[in-house]
Design a protein around this ligand. Structure first.
Ligand SMILES: *Cc1c(COP(=O)(O)O)cnc(C)c1O
Length: 352
């Protein structure tokens, strides 16, 4: 029976005998070797970590399982988060399983359909706010000061603890740290968590080195790159449509300490990478996830030599989360046909 990441990494997480064992089978996600994009860039090895294979379809489950375990341990009955979609799906799933009332605040009209469907199905209470993700997070931070309700955004330190296990898995599987980690950056919790995980493994002697952390924001939502908050963040990659990241300074520390970089990719580059992943690699991730690969593809132009390098790209969420983008951007027309052999053969032979 597959157990979750708390069981797998118990000794490296802040759990005690009093921490309930919480799991939906999260973590231990596939690390799939690239068969096309890596070669085209001259990498020695390129791997994609398929975080969309987590139980609710994104890496948010790694942090949520820890946040929920600690909330239960503390006797909490209610949880709350602001979300661009995936955090609310994860909170709603674990909340449902462990009997916690779940309240999610989402920017009205800006959530990908699959994510909203999940929060609804899991039975969360959904407040659609007239504002951005950043406005929703500010509201949630004020609410938890006056209500007895557990905040499960990535400003909750247990979220970061759970998410650092992604770095452990990479080293456990490769036997060493990669040269570079490419990762999308939104609220910047995940880049913070990976950097923490890589450093902990190095300190324990389980890896000799740590990777350069290469973070990528969407050009319309790139506050860290531009050096100031973005008031109206805009991008097709809704999961990283964030104008004032909560873990801004920690992301900069990860960048600087690792001698990495945080740069940006525009929506066309994001969609190109999204389609290349699907069509050349057979991997369907959501647009925010492909920002990591769009960034990698751009690195040679930015003067970063990839020759002989081992690189891991974190593909943070499943493509099924956002069917609207596939419908609009994959540009495959349905071909209507009668269900008989002659009609099908005629169509295929019509030279279209
Ligand atoms: C949350 C999320 C991100 C951004 O992660 P941060 O920790 O906010 O930087 C990227 N991709 C997907 C699919 C996400 O759900």
């Amino acid at each position: 029976m597959k157990s979750g990441l708390i069981d797998r990494y118990r000794d490296l997480l802040p759990v005690t005998d009093a921490t309930p064992s919480v799991s939906l089978g999260e973590g231990s996600t596939p690390l799939v070797r690239s068969q096309s994009i890596g070669d085209s860039l001259g990498c020695k090895d390129l791997y994609f970590k398929l975080e969309g294979c987590n139980p609710t379809g994104s890496f948010k489950d790694r942090g949520m399982v820890m946040a929920i375990a600690k909330a239960l341990e503390a006797g909490k009955k209610r949880i709350i988060c602001a979300s661009t979609g995936n955090t609310s799906a994860a909170a709603a799933a674990y909340g449902a399983r462990y009997g916690l009332e779940t309240l999610v605040l989402v920017p009205a009209g800006e959530i990908a359909l699959g994510k909203l469907a999940q929060a609804m199905a899991y039975g969360a209470r959904i407040l659609a706010v007239n504002g951005s993700f950043d406005d929703a997070l500010n509201a949630v931070r004020s609410i938890v000061e006056v209500m007895d309700i557990e905040l499960v955004n990535s400003v909750n330190p247990y979220r970061i603890e759970g998410q650092k296990t992604g770095a452990f898995e990479i080293i456990d599987e490769l036997g060493a740290a990669p040269d570079m980690l490419c990762i999308p950056v939104g609220n910047a919790g995940n880049i913070t968590a990976y950097w923490k995980g890589f450093n902990e493994y190095q300190a324990m002697g389980r890896a000799e080195t740590t990777p350069k952390m290469m973070g990528f924001q969407a050009a319309g939502a790139a506050p860290i790159v531009r050096g100031e908050p973005v008031l109206k963040p805009e991008t097709i990659a809704t999961a990283i449509r964030i104008g004032n990241p909560a873990s801004w300074e920690k992301a900069e520390a990860a960048r600087d300490e690792s001698e990495g970089m945080i740069d940006m990719v525009d929506d066309n580059e994001i969609v190109d990478a999204y389609l290349r992943l699907a069509r050349e690699e057979g991997i369907f991730c959501e647009p925010a996830s492909s920002a990591s690969v769009a960034g990698l593809i751009k690195l040679p132009e930015l003067g970063v030599d990839l020759t002989g390098k081992t690189v891991v790209c974190i593909l943070t969420g499943n493509g099924l989360k956002d069917p609207g983008t596939a419908e609009k951007r994959a540009l495959v027309e349905l071909e209507y046909v009668e269900p008989d052999i002659d009609s099908v053969m005629n169509l295929l032979n019509s030279g279209k």
